[in-house]
Ligand binder design. Structure first.
Ligand code: NAI
Length: 325
């Protein structure tokens, strides 16, 4: 089976390359876009990641070239026009879970870093500066932590925060039995009561700009917002205004609405044109990482295993258990 593998990094090539006897992979550094869809001509499958764009035009081009299945190396599928894929008869399969611990633990790492300012302390100490001014943090114990979305990742994050002695409140329109062990609240209560909020819900119409000028204003003054979900859950321009006024005390972003042009690439020699991203990078109380929440050894192995299973199931005509529809 021939698989065009888009957005390939060295670590992908190393991992997936060990299965080249089973699948004929074409590793492409390019993202999948209208301009690059033709590279998959004559291939049975495309293997894609979070910042590949599979809109109707791209899917039509893939279909024309013979592609019959899209395998996502991620859980989120907001970058695929599922209706268009269905209409064209292209199957879409994803990796529903691959170490949710990786993302939950990264959210905790970002929270601890922002709060105790270890990123700033590290740089100071390297220059022989042991001054504490500007490094004041807060105890997490007793703080109210709001969790939006209590699926696999949100529940692990909630459990860890409970271990810190926080009061955990959660919002989820479809709460599982485990989620019900926490105080389930409505959105308004979560906005109003949380000292720290972590976003673990999918990006959909209802959750787009969940944090905007209005909801930021309703939130607790000086609260901490952690976004490891998807960039567009937060209106970045509104967040900048809230940071300037002090309404938003700290912001951690592993994801950014316009990340596709920058994240996963070395931009250090170029000029970043995105003024919103540049402004965010200037705040001492904003921590940005380049979509690395998933990036642990265990998670990569999980992604590899499930992606191969998806390809095998399709190639053997078996049920596609991770099908997105
Ligand atoms: P999941 O599907 O297990 O859980 C999502 C939860 O959100 C479900 O419980 C669902 O009921 C809930 N939900 C649905 N609509 C909601 C709404 N309107 N408001 C609040 N909650 C809502 O997903 P999982 O694995 O926990 O992942 C969560 C998100 O994390 C993914 O959608 C993805 O965007 C993001 N992610 C980020 C990664 C990173 O590297 N930063 C890696 C993997 C996932």
């Amino acid at each position: 089976m021939k698989v065009a593998f888009y957005s390939a990094k060295e670590y992908d090539q190393e991992l997936f390359g060990t299965h080249s006897d089973e699948f004929n992979f074409l590793f492409l550094k390019n993202h999948l876009r209208e301009e690059t869809a033709a590279l998959a001509h004559g291939y049975d499958a495309v293997c894609v990641f979070v910042n590949d764009e599979l809109n109707r035009v791209v899917l039509e081009a893939l279909h024309k070239g013979g592609v019959r299945i899209v395998v996502l190396r991620c859980a989120g599928f907001n970058n695929v026009d599922i209706e268009a894929a269905d209409a064209l008869g292209i199957e879409v399969a994803r990796v529903p879970a691959y170490s949710p611990n990786a993302v939950a633990e990264h959210a905790v790492a970002m929270l601890l870093t922002l709060n105790r300012k270890t990123h700033r302390a590290y740089n100071r100490v390297r220059e022989g500066n042991f001054e504490l001014n500007g490094l004041l943090g807060f105890d997490l114990v007793g703080k109210t932590v709001g969790v939006f979305g209590t699926g696999k990742i949100g529940l692990i994050f909630a459990r860890i925060m409970k271990g810190f002695g926080c009061e955990v409140i959660v919002y989820d329109p479809y709460p599982s039995e485990e989620a019900k062990l926490y105080r389930l609240v409505d959105k308004e209560t979560l906005f109003a009561e949380s000292d720290v909020v972590s976003l673990h819900c999918p990006l959909m119409k209802e959750t787009q700009h969940l944090y905007n000028a209005e909801t930021l204003a309703k939130s607790k003054k000086g609260f901490t917002l952690i976004n490891t979900g998807r960039g567009a859950l937060v209106d970045a321009k509104a967040a900048i205004e809230a940071l300037k006024s002090g309404q938003l005390g700290y912001l951690a972003m592993d994801v950014y609405e316009e990340e596709k042009d920058y994240f996963f690439n070395d931009q250090s020699s170029g000029i970043i044109q995105d003024d919103v991203l540049m402004r965010l990078m200037t705040f001492p109380n904003v921590l940005i990482t380049g979509h690395q929440g998933f990036f642990t050894r265990e998670a990569l192995e999980g992604i590899l295993d499930t992606t191969l299973e998806n390809l095998r199931a399709f190639s053997d005509g078996k049920e596609l258990v991770n099908k997105v529809s």
